[in-house]
Write a new protein. Sequence first.
Length: 618
Amino acid sequence: MLKERSPENTERNGGHMYDSLVGLSGAIHNCDFLALAVVENHRIVWANAALHRLFGYDPGELIGRETRSMFSDDASYEDFSRRLGAALSSGQRYLGEIRQRRKDGSFGWFEFSISRLDGHPETFIGAAVDRSSQRQVVDQLSAEAGILSGMRDCVVVTSRDPDSEGLIFYANAALEAAFGYAPGELVGQHVSIINAATECSPAAVAAKIVDQLKDKGEWQGDVFCRRKDDSCFWNHVKVSMHHTEAWGDVSISVLRDISDLRASEAAQRASERRYRALVESASVITWSRPLTGRQEAPQPGWMGFTGQSAEEMLGFGWKNAVHPDDLAVLDRTLPHEFVKGVAFSYERRLRRYDGEWRWMRVRVVPIRNPAGQLVEWSGMEQDITDQKQVELALKDNEERLDTALAASGQALWDWDIANRRLFGDRRWFDMVGHSIEGVGCHDDDWVSIIHREDVELFRERVKAHLDGETSLFYAEYRLRHRDNHWITVEAKGRVTRWGKDGRPLRMVGTVADITQRKRLNSEGVELLKRIETLIRDAAAESECDRSVDKEVLRLTRRQREILVMIASGLTSTEIGKRLHVATPTVVSHRRNLMAKLGLHSTADVTRYAMTHGLLEKS
């Protein structure tokens, strides 16, 4: 290590000693473009002529001067010392721009390359280049372009030369402070050093920006940036191309920290997600609207559900969220409701923010001022889509069931056992000729129209099923028709819901009119016997038949029709319905023709009709 020398001793002996140590020739010593200096113990112990001229000193005048005196203040000197020590301790040379004081007191920017002198760890040799003119050009260019924005924005100038594209020529103080770099520390490094990795690498981000610059001459967008301490933050960046005398073609980038804006936007999106979740769970929205229907103020509930912005919903834009088919109907019907000035309700579809159409039940009420004048309408909407889908599915199922029951001639009944209420569908009431007002809904009302001879058996069958003795309720019994004749029905049913205590609560089933089937069954055997007799006696009675034929010819057309229908097994009521005459009229015709023909029973009428071929003719 070199021993410490006094300034006088250093000045006297330094020239030849450091010429030898540095190994420089006289040509280099007096070089006009290569400014060199040797520093030991914070003093300049050797400097060539170019360095003296660079700082405005006479030859030899810098020897012995403390390097601290070349800085603007102690803080900048201490910062430089730290950065120099860090670079040299890592085995690298120091390269950076330093603001230095000239002899005349002015300051300039100088680019230094500093390293230790071989074999002398406490001695440093440095080369300096004046960058003041380039800095002035950039400052002037920045001022003319208006990009410094009163030092609020960060500015970086980078090369567009193909051989050095992306290298930083200049970074203003605002950028250096924002990114945690010392003055001049970024100069000479690639601009990707301030880009953070995302789905793309920092170099790829920079390359994308450069490609668009070449295509459009400018670029603007948000960039995720990295500070010196590796912390990251968002900046909005505007990049434009310029031409300078000092550096030629350059890109000037203006960066503004938008971390707070990004955080605010993220918080807003989270708030919107929470609000939408609340809207979905509540499925209720409210709104108010002027009498004109033209929306003048944003409606948060509406906007949250539909996803419309304030601009989209204002005026009549809110109608764009209503289903077109429903809107066409409502435009015709709602004006009549508004004229009444009273509360009303309706249903229609509304497009949710995710594009799905939802059924809404809308309740609209008038809002009046203290004078009683109508000033606006207030609405509350509830999402009933799930309920609507159930209703539509139920309606579809009911239609299919109704079709099946109609085809089979059956009716449906539903018994609320706990409340003793019995309900039947339209076909059940048609079957007995009653209305619900005529019979009632209490189960005793229906039992009251059962034939008294069948009531006991009916109750036994019901009790057996309710007690679990049978898996299916089945019974045949007679019911009194409203026209006071009896019909025979076949009822089937099953308990569909039980209480927690095991008691039956609901029973559902079907009932079918089997009157004609029962009549045919009961008369079937006798009829078959009589048919056999008719066949055996047919030949013997042919003469008698011819005489009887004369009696047939004496019957009126209406009497012959009634005779055929009686032989076919129809009751007087059913004959009356077919001929569109009253039942008593049919009874009178029936009595007269049977007396005229000497017949005494339905079987006699059937036999008479078959013998004379009346059934075949019909």
